[in-house]
Design a protein around this ligand. Structure first.
Ligand SMILES: *Cc1c(COP(=O)(O)O)cnc(C)c1O
Length: 388
């Protein structure tokens, strides 16, 4: 039976009947797994990625989390890894060899770019960055040795929406694997497999965990790529602890309720900010006047709590005074927890294929506080920006 998303979020991966009726799966702490016989050991080893075989390959706690995320994303399989960056590195390295070429969106998460420009380069893989708005014209950039087209939509800090189906179709026509970072929307608000994506990476650290207390990454995929990805990530030694998997699964159970509130609060703040005289524009794809709005509306099922604000020209000193004095908006990396955040966006060095010409830009994560308190905090912040 096809279950709807909120039902999946509530029950997928749980099996109380196998567990004395206890609602949540137990936390297994395991390295050694004992076998009944040598024959049993060999038999389980032949299918070690789908079995309890050795701690590094996962336990029933890991499998419960992976099963739940895969179901929600409409993927066949998921693999949990120790961080979002681990998911990105693991997914890319699963398909790349020396001499290959990869196309990466210019607005990718900055550490993704760093990974391509340093580690991938060192192993003889060349990266070309492309305009997030390129659409089907990506075909012109695909070389005979291009193995992967990598997407992240909306883009980090500037929130451009990519035409995922057009890019995926062009990539597939030339035999490339399509990988997408779906952290912003989470598996709830964007369904990559409906739009031609082959592999999805998540910083589960953000909305899936949702409480700012665990580093976790998830790679989801179709069955055909499972063995290749799992071989790669476990070959690199990536393994996640049972306690962290438990916390991620516990976070996932409330994803639909949290995300609905993040969405509503972010839109409330974005609309309020848009009308302020200190603000040049708001970078939020769910606002109708946003350049990416049409594509967002066509492909996405919702928007999350993270968006950008371009300010009218102001000195760094005044922008810093605004940020430093915020009471409810913490200054720090990561996002997707229950609390609000505000960080300055450094876009001068983060783009190479496209230009970003705009005033000082900040990124806001709307947490679960009362939006009216957040607005009052922002109003005092804008007073400091003006020098009052
Ligand atoms: C945070 C983030 C990552 C990296 O996740 P970590 O768990 O911090 O390694 C990857 N992609 C996006 C879009 C992110 O925001």
């Amino acid at each position: 039976m096809k279950r709807r998303d909120r039902t999946l979020i509530t029950h997928a991966g749980n099996n109380p009947k196998a567990n004395k009726g206890i609602v949540n799966p137990p936390v297994y702490h395991a390295s050694t797994i004992l076998f009944d016989s040598v024959e049993d050991m060999h038999a389980r080893g032949r299918d070690k990625f789908n079995n309890v075989y050795y701690g590094r390959y996962g336990t029933p706690t890991t499998f419960a989390l992976e099963e739940a995320v895969a179901a929600l994303e409409e993927a066949d399989k998921a693999v949990a890894v120790p961080s979002g960056m681990g998911a990105i590195a693991g997914a890319l390295l699963s398909f790349l060899s020396a001499g290959d070429h990869v196309l990466v969106v210019d607005t990718a998460y900055e550490p993704t770019r760093f990974f391509c420009d340093s580690q991938l380069k060192r192993f003889g893989v060349e990266t070309t960055y492309y305009d997030p708005l390129i659409g089907a014209k990506i075909a012109d950039l695909i070389q005979p040795n291009t193995k992967i087209v990598y997407l992240e939509s909306p883009g980090s800090h500037t929130f451009e929406i990519q035409d995922v189906p057009a890019i995926a179709a062009a990539a597939h026509a030339k035999g490339c694997v399509v990988i997408l970072d779906n952290t912003w929307a989470s598996p709830l608000y964007f369904k990559p497999y409906r739009h031609g994506v082959d592999i999805v990476v998540h910083a589960a650290t953000k909305y899936l965990v949702g409480h700012s207390d665990v580093m976790m990454g998830i790679i989801t995929m179709r069955e055909e790529f499972y063995k290749q990805v799992k071989t790669q990530v476990h070959g690199m030694g990536f393994a996640v602890g049972g306690d962290d998997c438990y916390l991620a699964l516990r976070g996932l159970r409330t994803l639909s309720a949290r995300l609905a509130q993040h969405q509503e609060s972010a839109l409330t703040l974005a609309k309020w900010l848009k009308d302020r005289p200190e603000v040049e524009r708001v970078l939020h794809p769910a606002l109708p006047d946003n350049p990416g709005h049409k594509l967002w509306k066509r492909d996405f099922l919702g928007s999350s709590g993270l968006f950008g604000v371009v300010l009218k020209p102001a000195s760094t000193e005044r922008v810093n005074a605004m940020i430093d004095g915020m009471e409810l908006f913490g200054l720090g990396f990561s996002w997707g927890g229950y609390e609000s955040l505000m960080v300055p966006s450094n876009l001068k060095t983060a783009r190479t294929a496209t230009k970003w010409e705009a005033g000082p830009t900040v990124r806001i994560h709307a947490g679960l506080e009362d939006p009216q308190d957040m607005i009052e905090d922002l109003a005092r912040g804008l007073d400091r920006l003006r020098g009052n």
